[in-house]
Design a protein around this ligand. Sequence first.
Ligand code: TXA
Ligand code: MG
Length: 322
Amino acid sequence: MILSSVNQQSIDQAAALLRAGGLVAFPTETVYGLGADAANPDAVSKIFAAKGRPVDHPVIVHLGNIDQLDAWAADVPEAARRLAAAFWPGPLTIILNKHAGVPAAVTGGQNTVALRIPANPVALQLLQAFGGGVAAPSANRFGRISPTQACHVAEELGDEVGMILDGGPCTVGVESTIIDLTDEHPAILRPGRITRSQLKAVLQTDVRLSSQTKIRAPGMMAVHYAPNTMALLCATETLIAMIDEQCALGKQIGVLAYSAALNFIPCQHLIHLPEQAELYEPALYSALRELDNLELDMILIEQPPDNEAWAAVTDRLGKATV
Ligand code: TXA
Ligand code: MG
């Protein structure tokens, strides 16, 4: 594995590796992706092997240019073009009917495809140098915490990837919002930085929160993104009592909090993040990794506020905790 800083040479080398059917981990604004040539089923199958991910789970195809949309999707609705114009490049993934040529390895055998143009400049440079679609899930082992720094990928998948492009820490830090436009009503399959209100404002129609039971997105499984350490969500008011209770039992506790009231609590392993969702999100996954690596008995996580700005955090923490 080569952990490479970003320059024209490493971008060209990464694009060549993709063309040769290899795996390249690269930064996006959300999380690091584990990329392969989306038009090459053998290359895509290496992603599943590296992650230990079930093969029927579809992956997002990343594009470098809006002109590629109709090469990957069929019957593209006006709504998709409006969303693309408003939010691409950016942290929004759009599910559309797939173009006939899209390999089944990418779609998990479904007749839909997930598409996104990421905003991270390194991702865009790589996608444009490569020229085709890049299939990329988050660059973590299946069920583990998504990587927001190149070192996270190196730790977890270093032996599996040909190259890791180090573009520094991800600025958004939680995975893209996924919106499904293949049904009569648009539906959010996974909340992210682009909010339901923002989507509604552009589409001028209601956007549902998906309650479908059939798993179309592995991110929708109840347990996902989980640390190894047992993690519990706690209301702000009960957190201190909970710490006292666990410490009295002799337990080693880690705490992830954001309220000013919890800034100076007596806990050796406290990570205090900003009380603003857009600043909390970029730090969330590395904080969880850091606490997880301490091999404590339990991680107590302050329950996020109940409002739209925190929807992505609420979703991810719900999946990381018991
Ligand atoms: O921010 C992101 O979306 C990151 C970066 C790398 O772009 N990618 C990411 O990929 O989170 P992954 O594979 O970890 O999650 C992608 C989600 C999965 O839940 C997958 O099932 C869903 O997208 N997905 C992909 N194709 C789909 C399809 N055709 N229908 C429904 N869901 C789909
Ligand atoms: Mg993932």
